[in-house]
Design a protein around this ligand. Structure first.
Ligand code: PGA
Length: 259
């Protein structure tokens, strides 16, 4: 049974006043979300303000990155314990912007995933191929490599506390989403891998989100695919109304969990 999850990745957007307004809008529009879990991931600086707005509501919050060490001489970094202390439920790790723009390696990401789990955070690991890799027929090879590397050394019970996101790089911020069939094919492949890396039961309960140009008008077609358990939303999460629509359209049919 999987309750779909819809996460807003605000990226580097959200000065305090905007963050409060956006989080309040989402909270007020989703007072009793049915058949869907919702979380917002603002920039670090807005986390306390967003936490204050969302406390007492069903909407969770999380961060967009963390370091693998708890504390230490790591100028400019944020430790996972610092996020847990702010009530974060999730931390997005291995986003393609982190991999490509900030040169994060699979090894860095694996250390971050393990550190997040140690602090009770749910690591939301992102995997996805570039346009060139897809053209060369390497989609499965790439996502499999990223998944195996990102979860390296995890026990099955740790995998069970994780979330995965399939985000084809060519679909992020481009307005060109993967078709439901393209996404479903990769999601099915990833679920098979989860079964191998953890267990069949974990593969059935683990949520695999789709990300990449999810909008109010394509959310239903994508998230109603059997192996797609919600969405990781970038650009469209910056408008409360649109994001609320995406969350509602991603809810499991009949308002109950997916099987
Ligand atoms: P997008 O971003 O929805 O703007 O394509 C998705 C993401 O980067 O997580």
């Amino acid at each position: 049974m999987r309750t779909p999850l819809v996460v807003g990745n605000w990226k580097m957007h959200g000065r305090l006043a905007e963050a409060r307004e956006l989080a309040s809008g989402v909270r007020d529009g989703l007072k009793r979300p049915r058949g869907v879990e919702v979380a917002l991931c603002p920039p670090f600086t807005a986390l306390p303000a967003v936490a204050e707005v969302l406390t007492g509501s069903p909407i969770g919050w999380g961060a967009q990155n963390c370091h693998w060490e708890d504390t230490g001489a790591f100028t400019g970094e944020i430790g996972p314990g610092m996020l847990a202390e702010l009530g974060c439920r999730f931390v997005i790790l291995g986003h393609s912007e982190r991999r490509h723009l900030f040169r994060e390696t699979d090894d860095d990401i694996a250390r971050k995933v393990a550190a997040a789990l140690r602090h009770g955070l749910q690591p939301l690991l992102c995997v996805g191929e570039t346009a060139e890799e897809r053209r060369q027929g390497l989609t499965f090879t790439v996502v499999e490599g990223q998944l195996r590397a990102g979860w390296a050394g995890l026990r099955a019970d740790e995998i069970a506390r994780s979330v995965l996101a399939y985000e084809p790089v060519w679909a992020i911020g481009t307005g060109v989403n993967a078709t439901p069939a393209q996404a479903a094919e990769v999601h099915g492949y990833l679920r098979g891998l989860v079964s191998e890396l953890a267990s069949k039961e974990t593969a059935q309960s683990l949520r695999i989100l789709y990300g990449g140009s999810v909008k109010p008008d394509n959310a239903a077609a994508l998230t109603q695919q059997p192996d797609i358990d919600g969405a990781l939303v970038g650009g469209a999460s910056l408008q409360a109304q649109g994001f609320i629509t995406i969350a509602k359209k991603s809810a499991s049919r009949g308002g109950s969990s997916k099987e």
